[in-house]
Design a protein around this ligand. Structure first.
Ligand code: URA
Length: 435
């Protein structure tokens, strides 16, 4: 078996055997297959795709490339994963809801590159909060309160770390089987019994249209089923940023507000749909009952109390829940006003993400430091009528960035038109159950 032969087979759209896929993943992870040959193979996969069987084989080979853990929490463990979007703080909302309803959520999360940090960067904007939990403490916390969020350890799915870095550099990220194997290998390795996938659709997502998002969702739930996990995918709208806040502490504050019952409509709908699916996979009732339980966990304050307990157990200051002044405050703020009358017909996710990154909320390289105070809070959203001079948003930063230039570019985030031009997409597009 040689890598040259395997690349040639895939280039001619010939199915690879299980042995060949295992050999490639092991060889690339150990360093015996060089980047240039792996890049060629990944590009061939982008053009010729993978069969269902090959996708399952690739996912399993990647999952087994490092440790496979099985969190011994004594209950049914549910994980939730998003394919990524702008303003996506749903984990901070749905994990406490699910835990408040008796589901175990041992959540391992990454940092990653992007327009904001990942879930653990967001949580670390809470003074004192630590995501570096020893594994025994992580499990103990889940056993105690049903919930813990920790950073991933180095020994989980090393194949994905190497392959994803290469895909990022070689324009081979947007392949359905490659995205599926990357996400599902991590979910399988962290041992969840139930997996709820938030598959984002639209301008701000990998999947730009519903048909492609359905293909990805179906591929992921199929892999989940074949691996013996209960897996559901929820297709949700990412044509505009989710909720009103983009940033690290800004998103934590919006998540706390959501748990106090004050979420914007889109964030509320998406969060409740995901939380209800988490309860459903754990066998807590019918879809309707699980939805009602999720709503009640918010209205009763039980989910907010779960968040408070988690913050306490992970060394954070729970008083932030009642006093947002305890978060580090941005050194500079700038209000942005509407330049014309009209209806907001769009808020570009891509442009919002770029502005957020320039303000310092995200990482451009793995070594970049995040500014936890940086980001954007929108006053207006798609469909709103605005008059010239109305405040549209506030920008925040403590970084040494060109605030004036960024504020000028921020105008490009919005598009204006008439009421009839305003899109009316659903926030929750479709639910695909894999079991
Ligand atoms: N998220 C991942 O973890 N992997 C991908 O390939 C895309 C999104």
């Amino acid at each position: 078996m040689t890598i040259y032969e395997i690349i040639t087979k895939k280039k001619h759209n010939v199915e690879l055997s299980t042995e060949e896929i295992n050999w490639v993943v092991a060889g690339f992870t150990s360093g015996s297959i060089p980047d240039y040959q792996m890049s060629a193979l990944l590009m061939a996969v982008c053009f010729c795709s993978l069969s269902d069987r090959e996708t399952v084989d690739l996912t399993m080979a990647m999952a087994r490339s490092g440790d496979m853990i099985k969190p011994e929490t004594g209950g049914f463990n549910v994980d939730k994963h998003s394919t990524g979007g702008v303003g996506d703080k749903t984990t901070l909302i749905v994990a406490p809801i699910a835990a408040a309803c008796g589901v175990f959520v041992p959540k391992m999360s990454g940092r990653g590159l992007g327009h904001t940090g990942g879930t653990i960067d967001k949580l670390e904007s809470i003074p004192g909060f630590s995501t570096e939990l020893p594994y025994e403490k992580f499990i103990e916390n889940v056993r105690k309160i049903g919930l813990a969020v920790a950073g991933q350890t180095g020994s989980l799915v090393p194949a994905d770390k190497k392959i994803y870095a290469l895909r990022n550099a070689t324009a081979t990220v947007d392949s359905i089987p490659l995205i599926c194997s990357s996400i599902m290998s991590k979910k399988l390795a962290t041992g969840a019994d139930g997996i709820v996938l938030d598959v984002k659709v639209g301008d701000g997502a990998f999947m730009k249209n519903t048909a492609d998002a359905e293909k990805l969702a179906e591929a992921m739930v199929r892999v989940g089923r074949l691996a013996g996990r209960k897996c559901t995918a929820v297709l949700t709208n990412m044509e505009k940023p989710l909720g009103r806040a983009v940033g690290n502490s800004l998103e934590v504050i919006e998540a706390i507000e959501a748990l106090k019952g004050n979420a914007p409509d889109d964030l509320r709908e998406v969060s409740l749909a995901l939380a209800a699916e988490m309860l459903f996979t754990a066998g807590k009732g019918t879809s309707e009952e699980c939805f009602a339980m999720s709503e009640k966990a918010v209205s009763s304050g039980a989910a907010l109390e779960k968040l408070r307990e988690m913050i306490m157990l992970q060394g954070g200051d729970p008083a932030v829940i009642d006093d947002y002044g305890l978060f580090a405050q941005a050194e500079h703020t700038k209000e942005i006003f509407a330049a014309e009358d009209g209806f907001i017909t769009g808020i570009s996710c891509e442009a919002t993400g770029m502005i957020s990154l320039r303000l310092g909320a995200g990482r451009q390289t793995k070594e970049s430091e995040i500014d936890p105070t940086a980001g954007i809070v929108f006053d207006k959203t798609v469909g709103d009528k605005v008059r010239k001079g109305d405040r549209l948003a506030v920008l925040y930063t403590s970084s040494d960035c060109d605030f004036e230039e960024i504020s000028k570019d921020f105008g490009k985030v919005f598009s204006y038109g008439t009421k009839e031009n305003c899109p009316k997409e659903k926030n929750v597009i479709k639910i695909i159950k894999g079991y």
